[in-house]
Design a protein around this ligand. Sequence first.
Ligand SMILES: N[C@@H](CCC[C@H](N)C(=O)O)C(=O)O
Length: 257
Amino acid sequence: MELSFYKYQGTGNDFVMIDDRDSNFDEKNLDLVRSLCDRKFGIGADGLILIRNHPDFDFEMIYFNADGSQSMCGNGARCAVAFSAFLGIIQIKTSFLAIDGPHEAILKDGLVELLMGNVSGITEKGDEYFVNTGSPHHIRFVDQIKNYPVFEEGKSVRYDQGYSPAGTNVNFLEENSPNEVFVRTYERGVENETLSCGTGVTAAALVFGTQKNINHVKIKTLGGNLSVKFKQNDQGQFQDIWLIGPAEQVFSGKISV
Ligand SMILES: N[C@@H](CCC[C@H](N)C(=O)O)C(=O)O
């Protein structure tokens, strides 16, 4: 059988996208997800996304990491919005469902603005932090980030007993300026550093923005630039969190499965 697919990337976080409005893709077939994401034997991607119909939303995004596990994906959601516009499902604004609940998004100035779920707060872990932005994220500030051993240190925190059994994504941050931070992320489910992680840079922006007392943070990643805007209430909860950045189609094709 031949499967039609599209390949998207959002600041270098790359995804196999499948128009599954007919619900033909067997989402229990994790071997198929893994083989499609394989960079040697398949299409190659950090994750795979199914776009499905939903009675109450413009569409439903079903996201898988490259290893077949599931969580919320910020860059993947921005790509899903761009893909849904390409398919003609949406125009400028959308309301869609993801694993962590409903989201809104706007296509504006060639970028995708994604409304993230509310965040209950930041947990301090010594001089490091934990934030759940739909996916779990550990945050560590480092010096000389471009030379930092992200794979080794990220893997060590990801498998730390304190995060067992679910594990966590791990983000390393360095301040570039009072309103800009460089972020590198080790991603659970990819089990490697990715060029960018949307839920990760959102977590990073909430920590950095709180420290600097600002509510608009610019982010640089190895894969490009993003920004995050948010509001914080007196109880330390975050709302109106917008992740903003590019999402582009790279190629499309058919693969035998
Ligand atoms: N790349 C994603 C995050 C995907 C989920 C993560 N790997 C996890 O399993 O928690 C993003 O852009 O948010």
